[in-house]
Design a protein around this ligand. Structure first.
Ligand SMILES: *[C@@H]1O[C@H](CO)[C@@H](O)[C@H](O)[C@H]1NC(C)=O
Ligand SMILES: *[C@@H]1O[C@H](CO)[C@@H](O)[C@H](O)[C@H]1NC(C)=O
Ligand SMILES: *[C@@H]1O[C@H](CO)[C@@H](O)[C@H](O)[C@H]1NC(C)=O
Ligand SMILES: [Cu+2]
Length: 218
């Protein structure tokens, strides 16, 4: 193989490695998505200020939360609050459940307690997966009625769910300050092709440096 072919092969091997632990399709999240800080409470590395972000209407009688999981399994907590900086005092808005199978999960029927009607606040989505807790937040305006299901609201064909309890996730309803012991630690021992390398943007760099180094010596 020529060095260029070799490089191309390696680039191909690394394609898809930098995918996220999980992403949120609906409602739109706030802040720039960052794989490396997705484990930072409360919003995955972004410090929100409700007065500075634009909100999406979320219908309290039923609206859509849609995620894409790139781990083989996750337990999920959906929580809301109206704290201006998304700290603490969270209310659970869907029972904790476990997803098995990578891919999309779309829940079109999330309801919000009426006391939130007319307020602006956050929907926090917390994943408890093999490499720890991961967070995303959406800034929303809680409005009357039911939302319309977007066309990309689908469930992955290999995705199944079941109700579970997860005390550590439940405890996230009271969590308000970043907790260093809960930081997301990449785990190389993760099974499943692709899953093993998620979040390791650095792997790509290291891998390429190794390859470039090898090419120099050819
Ligand atoms: C926590 O949130 C609930 C629901 O919005 C609200 O009724 C309550 O006053 C809040 N408690 C504190 C201490 O902010
Ligand atoms: C996805 O599956 C859940 C049950 O696990 C179901 O409640 C939900 O309606 C499904 N979503 C879609 C878009 O069919
Ligand atoms: C949250 O904290 C309050 C007061 O400290 C406590 O009563 C409540 O049980 C806690 N809730 C959870 C889910 O840990
Ligand atoms: Cu991960």
């Amino acid at each position: 193989m020529s060095p260029i072919t070799r490089l191309a092969t390696v680039m191909l091997l690394f394609t898809g490695i930098t995918n996220a632990h999980f992403t949120v399709e609906h409602p739109p999240t706030i802040g720039q998505f960052n794989d490396d800080t997705e484990g930072d409470h409360p919003c995955g590395g972004y410090s929100p200020d409700i007065s500075k972000v634009s909100t999406t209407d979320f219908h309290i009688d039923g609206d859509v939360i849609a995620t894409t999981l790139t781990h083989p399994e996750s337990t999920w907590l959906y929580r809301v609050n109206v704290d201006p900086t998304a700290q603490g005092n969270w209310t659970e808005v869907w029972p904790i459940f476990q997803q098995s199978g990578q891919g999309k999960f779309c829940n079109p029927q999330v309801t919000i307690p009426r006391e939130f009607l007319g307020k602006k606040g956050f929907i926090g989505i917390v994943s408890h997966a093999v490499d720890g807790f991961l967070y995303q937040c959406s800034a929303v305006h809680f409005v009357e009625g039911t939302g319309t299901k977007p066309s990309d609201c689908t469930n992955g064909s290999s995705v199944t769910t079941n109700w579970v309890s997860d005390d550590q996730l439940t405890a996230k309803l009271n969590e308000s300050t970043p907790s260093t012991s809960e930081q997301h630690t990449p785990n190389l021992a993760v099974s499943s092709k692709g899953g093993a390398f998620q979040g390791l943007g650095g792997m790509l760099t290291i891998g390429l440096m190794v390859v470039l180094g090898a090419m120099m010596t050819v």
